[in-house]
Design a protein around this ligand. Sequence first.
Ligand SMILES: [Zn+2]
Length: 238
Amino acid sequence: MFGILEKLLLLQERDQKLQAFLHEINGVPGEKAALQKELDAAQRTLENDKARATQIEVERKRLEVEADGKRTQIAKYRTQQFETRKNEEFTALKHEIERAESDISTIEDRELDLMQEFEDLKPAIASAEQKYAAEKIRVSTLMKTADDKVGVLQGRADELRVERDAIAAEVRASDEDLLDLYEKLFRTKMGRAVVPLEGNHCSGCHMTVTPATLRDARVGASVVSCEQCGRIVYSLPE
Ligand SMILES: [Zn+2]
């Protein structure tokens, strides 16, 4: 009976490792998605800055056209002023010219602001470009590392599966029900199906086992279960 317990412990050790590898493998897509998100954020910053620069250029051109329109208008008013003989009309045109000049001044102020914003944006774009380039390299390196890691882990997991299947087959050959019990416990007890006793406690659920269980576990002639949690328990050599 000691032989089969050792086999179960060996099987559990392989299964725990296998589970840890699978857990790591399953975590990789999440790691990669987080990396992609970081890269996307760097790209978005760059694109936003560039889009703003384009917007400024468009806005400046539009203001330029608007100012030119006002200047043409002023020239027309001046011609009309020159031609009119009515004082009232002359004064009205004078006001129109003043208003247009004031508009032009406002437009020019706005243009200066935009030019300043454009100048300030240049180093921001350069730094965003640099950051994006660096992020691309960093992320692609880490992605490659992640893929390599999956490859290694997958290889190791495949080996472990072969090993555990071989041990499981041996257990099944001598006691099929025991293998079923072990596998059920492994699934439902967080990968701890076979646990040692600690004194007269089950180290799985920390409850006290009965004196009979304690004695049977010490004798080691049969597979013993904790009455509380159902785990297979064994007594560590004194
Ligand atoms: Zn227990």
